[in-house]
Write a protein that binds this ligand. Structure first.
Ligand SMILES: Cc1cc2nc3c(=O)[nH]c(=O)nc-3n(C[C@H](O)[C@H](O)[C@H](O)COP(=O)(O)OP(=O)(O)OC[C@H]3O[C@@H](n4cnc5c(N)ncnc54)[C@H](O)[C@@H]3O)c2cc1C
Length: 377
């Protein structure tokens, strides 16, 4: 058993770490103040290869795989989980097209995603269908040369930054009644709604998409008609959940660093509070959560890269890491005492961001249903 990363993954880790420090860190204050994603960052992420990590070389990516992606998202999210979310959803659309796209779709969209012409977007959730995918109401009906789509999507990451979102809607009834489409920006009947304000992950763009008699050419159907459920489940399960897990891992690591730094610097009773046993136990708890989440995240991504069954491991990593991020950031915040509640200390942001990660990408309850089904079968 080898716990060392292969060299290419080490290089990605170093690149992402440097990029996070140099390009992302200076933007965090602004994102916290105005809640907006800094658009120039998209091209910068493309230039250092972050956008094409899971895309084959022949379509402009580096094909370095899911372990490299996890490590990159972790490094970015240590500095800004909001940028981590934008990046992880970008990879979700790339992965969906790699898995399900036609040759023409891959040639048309993947290079543009790698170049950072726009960010990737996957639109599945809508007001009547979150955990309950089949509860969605948006529907595409056959129309001349393709389909006509009417409906809406909500809580969509990169809604305002995407150029050709992947959208899953109804084309029939039951689990074979969903289909996936690419909707090009500018298609008549397609519009983007409001930008949401969230508890955390400020700066990650979240919004609504609207479709009114929106004409989609047959060529934009992703996979076969009726395969939308499979597209959604594989994309969420094997790209979305590990992506959220990696963001949460970055938050846990940042929480540990903030807690250690503060506890060494804060003096009470004439000594740093890191001398107090209760504080030491808190640090030990965060450390254990970090190491456990790390093992789950890396192993799940490694299984995916080996082409092995990974969906349950991805779900375990997502549920464990996001819950660990809430525990760790809360503990770190408590170690800060009153300072932890002050906006100038990053630990409050870590706690708010962690809370948002729990539901994004599928809730803990749904994750436990997925895991228990695996163990029962
Ligand atoms: C920041 C953010 C970004 C997001 N980005 C995207 C995106 O890019 N694309 C996209 O499509 N979606 C996105 N989402 C939506 C996200 O996937 C959903 O919020 C999530 O799947 C939960 O759905 P819901 O919000 O409708 O909650 P609901 O499904 O309404 O759940 C409400 C509660 O009921 C519980 N529950 C539901 N079903 C069961 C059950 N069977 N047993 C027990 N408990 C249950 C849930 O766990 C939860 O506690 C994003 C969400 C957030 C917060």
């Amino acid at each position: 058993m080898d716990f060392d990363f292969p060299n290419p993954v080490k290089i990605v880790q170093r690149t992402a770490r440097d990029f996070a420090r140099q390009a992302v860190a200076p933007l965090v204050k602004g994102m916290e103040e105005n809640g907006r994603f800094p658009k120039p960052l998209i091209k910068q992420m493309a230039e250092v290869g972050l956008l094409g990590l899971v895309t084959p070389r022949k379509y402009g990516g580096s094909e370095l795989g899911f372990l490299a992606r996890t490590v990159a998202i972790q490094e970015i999210s240590k500095v800004s989980a909001a940028v981590g979310l934008s990046l992880q959803v970008h990879h979700m659309q790339s992965a969906a097209l790699v898995d399900w796209g036609s040759k023409e779709q891959k040639e048309k969209y993947l290079p543009r995603l790698c170049r950072g012409e726009f960010l990737g977007t996957c639109a599945i959730t809508e007001p009547t269908g979150g955990s309950d995918l089949l509860g969605m109401a948006s529907a595409a009906k056959p129309a001349q040369g393709g389909y006509s789509l009417t409906g809406s999507k909500c809580f969509i990451t990169n809604a305002h930054l995407g150029g050709a979102p992947l959208v899953v809607v109804k084309t029939g009834e039951g689990s074979r009644g969903l289909s996936a489409f690419i909707i090009d920006r500018g298609t008549p009947g397609f519009s983007v709604g409001r930008e949401e304000r969230k508890l955390g992950l400020w700066g990650a763009n979240t919004g609504e998409l609207f479709f009114k008699n929106c004409r989609i050419p047959e060529a934009n159907l992703v996979g076969d008609e009726g395969e939308g459920m499979k597209v959604a489940l594989k994309t969420i399960g094997e790209a979305g959940r590990p992506g959220m897990a990696a963001i949460a891992l970055g938050i846990v690591e940042a929480s540990l660093e903030e807690a250690v730094k503060f506890s060494k610097g804060r003096t009470l009773y004439g000594k740093p509070i890191s001398n107090l046993q209760a504080i030491q136990w808190g640090l030990a708890d965060i450390l254990m959560d970090f190491e456990t989440a790390k093992l789950l995240c890396y192993r799940a991504s490694w299984l995916k890269d080996k082409g092995r069954d990974c969906a349950t491991h991805m779900t375990m990593a997502k549920v464990y890491a996001t819950e660990a991020a809430v525990r760790a950031s809360r503990r770190a915040l408590e170690i800060h005492g009153g300072c932890g509640t002050m906006m100038e200390y990053p630990v409050q942001r870590l706690f708010r961001d962690a809370m948002v990660c729990v539901s994004a990408g599928g809730t803990t309850e749904i994750g436990k249903i997925v895991m228990s089904r695996a163990v029962l079968s």
